[in-house]
Design a protein around this ligand. Sequence first.
Ligand code: GLU
Ligand code: MG
Length: 451
Amino acid sequence: MTARTADRAARVDRAMAGMSEAGVRLVALSWVDNAGIGRVKAVPLGRLPRLAVHGVGMSPVFDTFLVDDSTARTGGFGGPVGDLLLLPDPDRLTVLAAQPGWAWAPADRYGQDGEPYPGCHRSFVHRMVGAAAGLGLSLRMGFETEWSVGPGGPGDGPAYGLARLADSGAYLLDVVDALTAQGVDVLQIHPEYEPGQFEVSTAAEDPLGAADTAVLVRHTVRTVSHAHGLRASFAPLPEPTGIGNGGHVHLSLWRGEQNLMHGGTGPRGMTPEGEAFLAGVLRSLPALTAVGCPSPASYLRLAPSTWAGVYRCWGWENREAALRFVTGPVGEAAERANAEVKCFDQAANPYLVAGSVIAAGLAGYEDALRLPAEFTDDPARADPGELQRRGIVRLPAALADAVRHLKGSVVLRKAMGDHLFDALLAVREAEDGLFAGRSRAETVEATRRRY
Ligand code: GLU
Ligand code: MG
């Protein structure tokens, strides 16, 4: 046994404690693919100690899966031959509170030679966190989860309406109880803008933990919804009209105990280091759009004046800026100052989002970039001449546009590595082709039950 497998064996032993007492009999091992779909293999609990070290087989073909389960036709990836290993992360083994008898763990993908697979999304985040650590930096991140159970169900009523709790209160309580029992730190939950639309946000954590939590939160909401006779959709636009579901991500950059988004001489109290990181994110936003808004359906959601942040600018508490800066309330600002990327949605693979945002930010950090002046209004209502003078543009308005930016991104190619980057590109281009010529209603229909 190598030191690494011995370490995994010890970690899984610790994680197994209490599992059978909790009634767990099956463990779901999940990963998220380049189409943003969570996929799973399940194993009996008793096999976990062995599998956590030696892995469960799964085909590499999933690298080419599209949202409709067809595959991108590309010579380089997928095909029927070959096998990878899923290795569950023992440190994240969680009893599923709303799915009795089950536990869940996110899995890393390895080759049969025991080496990390270059297409593994969790390893990508791990590498980016390591790159930050090499500069003495760390990150805190948190994803917001919005979902819709459709009009006519519970939570029908005015936007953010108190009245909507009358028939959705018990449902939301079950969501929060399940998340809390699973160790997820819930910050808030509320009825969103549309009838039957809700949002839950969770506390910031390390980037890999935040991406894992996003997967767990979504699965938990889905499961609790099912128990209430509801079907939750996390699609960018679950109904052809109205406001969509965002997948905003909050982030802050730290050096040791110091939040670099606070207490500095830069704009809105950022430190120069924090500013450079955010400027790097802003610089790469058009390419990041292909990662964070990866579906043709994403571009149906990205409308101005809907708090989806479709303009490439930043601003203090500006919900129409793609990058909203949050200084945090007096007394807690040193802890809570952060930036929110608002344009992303939940068709995105959260691991790709976390890793790519870090890569873009670190590139800005290394180039010591400065932010442009902040924008403090809704750009859609501003004088177009002023936007032009200030270089404030719309983010890509179609997937093909975003993919073009992604293709040209040296920063993201280098960070992901050729294998992951090319597989992602292949899937994005194939999905663009798949939806070509479809109407808005057809695109919504084809995606609302997939995410
Ligand atoms: N639902 C909006 C979106 O698609 C976001 C609303 C909010 O800011 O919470 O991003
Ligand atoms: Mg919201």
